[in-house]
Design a protein around this ligand. Structure first.
Ligand SMILES: CSC[C@H]1O[C@H](OP(=O)(O)O)[C@H](O)[C@@H]1O
Ligand SMILES: Nc1ncnc2[nH]cnc12
Length: 294
């Protein structure tokens, strides 16, 4: 199988440079319109697809991002591995603004988003006990280190609904009681949907601030975030540029089973499956439903 890298660019990252044959393509998804057209091309001989999570010009709120359409569109294009690049706040002194965290756990506190491709007429339950791909995360960490970035391998990301930032009491709860390391508004349900679509998913969280718990740093402030974001964006693009060399064009099956997540997940009996749902899920779950899109 051929590697195809999907990149979801977060706040401050609305395009990537250097793609050969770069082209913005409109992708139709049965889950609605993706955040924007998808930038496709090749980097180091490996096909790549980039979607700006908030759209060019930053038009989508964390709640209005069409997470399902974005993941479905990447799957339809043939993406195998998704790197989610995101701004986040830090709950740890040692995880400082400018550092990157390769997130490996989430606490999902979002409540106003569609969280599954499945539903009535086609029921499935995938495991997200380990919600990110260790193989892809290790490649991202290696790429970040090669760029001289301070990178923390492993961390728990609290996904909040937003769009307002946390109160000081919430910030302390997430840090002191729940043991979270970073906070953001977008990696959930994105990671859950990537797992349902059998895509390897790694989250590269770029720290922009100390949220609102830190006695020496006051409260989170959007102008501080934007200042750090501009530096982070170039670093993130440099990390992405190293990934084709690290992942290579030939893709071996995921040793952690991300690409087989649906093997035993669909519960609805074959004769009871809803025809419209089968059609809708042809890209995401075609491998196990027998309706794969060509
Ligand atoms: C720019 S501050 C808040 C905003 O930034 C993060 O977005 P993303 O994860 O897409 O980089 C955060 O989750 C909020 O949506
Ligand atoms: N402190 C914070 N809380 C939520 N999302 C963020 N994105 C960047 N910083 C953040």
């Amino acid at each position: 199988m051929q590697t195809m890298i999907g990149v979801i660019g977060g706040s401050g990252i609305y395009q990537i440079e250097g793609l050969e044959g770069a082209e913005w393509v409109e992708v139709q998804s049965p889950f609605g319109a993706p955040s924007d057209a998808v930038l496709t091309g090749r980097l180091g001989g490996v096909p790549m697809a980039f979607v700006p999570r908030h759209g060019r010009g930053h038009v989508h709120t964390p709640t209005s991002v069409p997470y399902r359409a974005n993941i479905d569109a990447l799957k339809r294009l043939g993406v195998t591995d998704v790197i989610a690049v995101s701004a986040c706040g830090s709950f740890r002194d040692e995880m400082a603004p400018g550092d990157f965290v390769i997130v490996d756990q989430f606490i999902d506190r979002t409540f106003a988003r569609e969280k599954s491709f499945f539903g009535p007429g086609l029921v499935a339950h995938v495991s997200v006990a380990h919600p990110t791909c260790p193989r892809l995360g290790a490649a991202c960490a290696e790429a970040a280190r090669a760029e001289g970035i301070t990178v923390h391998e492993g961390g728990t990301y609290l996904a909040m609904e937003g769009p307002q930032f946390s109160t000081r009491a919430e910030s302390r709860l997430y840090r002191e009681v729940w043991g979270c390391d970073v906070i953001g508004m977008t990696n959930m349900p994105e990671a859950k949907l990537a797992r349902e679509a059998e895509l390897c998913y790694a989250s590269v969280a770029m720290i922009t601030d100390y949220d609102s718990w830190h006695p020496d740093h006051g409260s989170v402030d959007i102008s501080d975030i934007i200042r750090v974001l501009s530096g982070n964006a170039d670093k993130a693009r440099a990390v992405v540029a190293r990934l084709p060399g690290l992942l290579g064009p030939e893709r071996l099956p995921c040793p952690h089973g991300c690409d087989r997540a649906l093997d035993h997940a669909v519960l609805t009996a074959p004769g009871m499956r809803d025809a419209a749902m089968l059609e809708k899920l042809s890209a995401v779950a075609g491998r196990v439903l027998g309706s794969a899109t060509p």
